[in-house]
Write a protein that binds this ligand. Structure first.
Ligand code: CUA
Length: 159
């Protein structure tokens, strides 16, 4: 089969670009530990507010290893609770779930960003180095009130 010279160049260029993208995904997975939310822990979305795993909504709990655990639920169109206070410079583990539809959870100005799906608990651990007032937004379209769905994270100076 005769393939035009320029056609051949572009085929190779497309192949190199695809290989580069795959390499970037592979490298960032190893170098930064990036991965999608695991979604291995399940929960009945209709029983969140009576489930012992979410009995401390809005009250950050200090775990034996010093990590602060924050439990939050998302529901149309707010977060429960809507405001959370955590200390700066400490490991903070978020345990999140949805009571109805798929919501997003992003803390603006940080790399905290996950999806909240009904039936599953999303979990991630992070450290906030800068004290301040952070906006939490839902970034998955969840209905008519999606654009007003937000919360507030206050990172306090640990002193
Ligand atoms: Cu919740 Cu968009």
């Amino acid at each position: 089969m005769n393939i035009d010279f320029y056609e051949r160049i572009w085929m190779w260029a497309a192949g190199v670009i695809i290989a580069a993208f795959i390499a970037v995904i592979g490298l960032s997975t190893v170098a930064y530990g990036l991965h999608p939310p695991s979604h291995i822990e399940t929960i009945d979305p209709s029983k969140i507010f009576t489930d012992p795993r979410f009995s401390k909504l809005g009250q950050p709990v200090e775990m034996p290893d010093g990590t602060i655990e924050v439990q939050m639920a998302a529901l149309m169109f707010s977060f429960a609770p809507n405001e959370v206070r955590v200390p700066a410079g400490r490991r903070v583990r978020f345990r999140l779930t949805s009571a109805d539809v798929t919501h997003g959870f992003m803390i603006s100005g940080t790399n905290a960003n996950t999806m909240l799906m009904p039936g599953y608990i999303s979990q991630f651990t992070t450290v906030f180095t800068r004290p301040g007032d952070y906006l939490i937004v839902c970034h998955e379209f969840c209905g008519n009130g999606h654009h007003i769905m937000s919360g507030r994270l206050i990172v306090e100076d640990a002193k």
